[in-house]
Each structure stands twice: as structure tokens, then as C-alpha cells.
Design a protein around this ligand. Structure first.
Ligand code: PRP
Length: 224
């Protein structure tokens, strides 16, 4: 397949978009109008920089596109990097956006009679089977993971399992589904990620982008 030399930046869909917009403004990066149009089905967007285009994909897929050098740069949650541990991805910068945490949660009525120190085996619904298994294995508990792609807060109420591991931001989704956080696994923010091979073949351009993101993220955090 013929490729031009446009760099591709992969950004995640969803709630994080509201935090990506001010970052782009600080970078002076202006995507074409369709990027901000919720009705648009477009997935790739030109920007005011003729050498940079943006793609918008699911958060887990940001890492996949960058790991395979289909995108050279990406904005990616630490949760995704912890789950996959791609050797082809370099994550030089914490952007300080998308703050949330990964937690174990269970129904409020279970918390009252639960004895976590006595567990030898747990069954957990999650998008993050690797992180979950590692977390429990560290204290000798075997985790059986049921992989879901979303809405895991439904699982305990419907008898799929008693516990979930998921991202918690405001805590509203847990509360609305009668769940209580019982363990915090990791603090999460979004990182700038770069493909390692691209970093070797296009070092000046990518170093310039890393520096620009660094300045923009620092300005944003000062303004917050
Ligand atoms: C995430 C996460 C929780 C929710 C937590 O889902 O999976 O369901 O946000 O946020 P809260 O603590 O503020 O309620 P998201 O809405 O991003 O959708 P997703 O299921 O597609 O990941």
C-alpha cells in the first residue's frame, strides 16, 4: 500500500474528547470541522498542519494502531498500556488528562459480610483480565475473568459474577448500579504514546511533537 509521509495521531473516542479539545487548542492544532461534528461518520481528519492527520478510534485500539505503526502518535490511557504492555510503544509523557482510577467493586450488601483476606479464588467481570489477574495473583488469589467490553456494572446484579474491575471517575456508574468500590488498583491518566520504530526513522519530527505536547500539557495543568 502506498503511504504518504503524513504523521497519524490516534485519539480515543468517548468522554476524553472533552479534555483533548483544550489540549489541541494549546498545541495550535485545528482538526477539520467534521472532527467536532457528532453527526459525522468520518474517522480520519486532516488538520491545519498538512503533515499531521488525526484518527479517532476506541481507546484500546489507539494502542494497537500505534504498536503496529499504523499511527505514529497516540493519546492513550495508562489502563490500556498496563493491560497490553506493548514493547513497540514508547510512552514518554503523562498528559495529565483523563484522570480516573481502576478499582475492584462489588454489591453493597456483599461488602458487609465479605472477608477478602480469606479469598483463594474470585470471579470478576472486566475489560482488563491481565491487570485483574496480576492484581489478585500478587496476594495469592486466583482470578477467573469474564471478559466484557463495557457495562460490567450490570454483571453482579444479573448473577454473572459477584465482582467487577473497571475504571472509576466520578463513581456515579457504580452508585447507580448498587456497587461499592472495595480496592483501588491503579491511578490512571492519559499518556502521549509513540511508535518506537517511527521514533528511529523520523526522530526530529517526533521529538518536536513530544516537546510540543509537553509544553501544551504543562500549560494546561498550570491553567487548571
Ligand atoms: C467508563 C467506565 C465506567 C464509567 C465510570 O465507561 O467503564 O462504566 O466510565 O465513570 P464514573 O465513575 O464517572 O461513573 P465509559 O462511560 O467511558 O464507557 P465505556 O463503557 O464505553 O468505556
Amino acid at each position: 500500500m502506498a503511504r504518504d509521509d503524513t504523521l497519524i495521531l490516534a485519539v480515543p473516542k468517548g468522554r476524553i474528547s472533552a479534555e483533548v479539545a483544550p489540549l489541541f487548542a494549546r498545541l495550535g492544532l485545528e482538526p477539520e470541522p467534521a472532527f467536532a461534528d457528532p453527526e459525522s461518520r468520518q474517522l480520519k481528519f486532516a488538520t491545519n498542519d498538512p503533515k499531521l492527520a488525526i484518527i479517532r478510534v476506541r481507546s484500546f485500539d489507539v494502542a494497537t494502531f500505534v504498536a503496529f505503526n499504523a499511527a505514529q502518535l497516540g493519546i492513550c490511557g495508562r489502563d490500556v498500556l498496563m493491560e497490553f504492555d506493548y514493547s513497540e510503544i514508547y510512552a514518554p509523557l503523562d498528559l495529565g488528562i483523563g484522570k480516573c482510577h481502576l478499582a475492584v467493586a462489588e454489591p453493597a450488601e456483599l461488602v458487609r459480610r465479605d472477608e477478602p483476606q480469606r479469598w483463594s479464588h474470585v470471579r470478576v467481570a472486566t475489560k482488563y483480565p491481565e491487570i485483574t489477574k496480576r492484581h489478585f495473583a500478587a496476594r495469592g488469589v486466583q482470578a477467573e475473568c469474564i471478559k466484557l467490553s463495557g457495562a460490567m456494572e450490570l454483571a453482579p446484579g444479573l448473577g454473572l459474577c459477584r465482582r467487577i474491575v473497571d475504571l472509576v471517575s466520578t463513581g456515579a456508574t457504580l452508585k447507580a448500579n448498587g456497587l461499592v468500590e472495595v480496592e483501588r488498583i491503579a491511578e490512571i491518566t492519559s499518556r502521549l504514546i509513540v511508535n518506537r520504530a517511527a521514533l528511529k526513522t523520523r526522530p526530529e519530527e517526533l521529538a518536536r511533537w513530544i516537546e510540543r505536547f509537553k509544553v501544551a500539557a504543562a500549560e494546561l495543568s498550570r491553567a487548571a
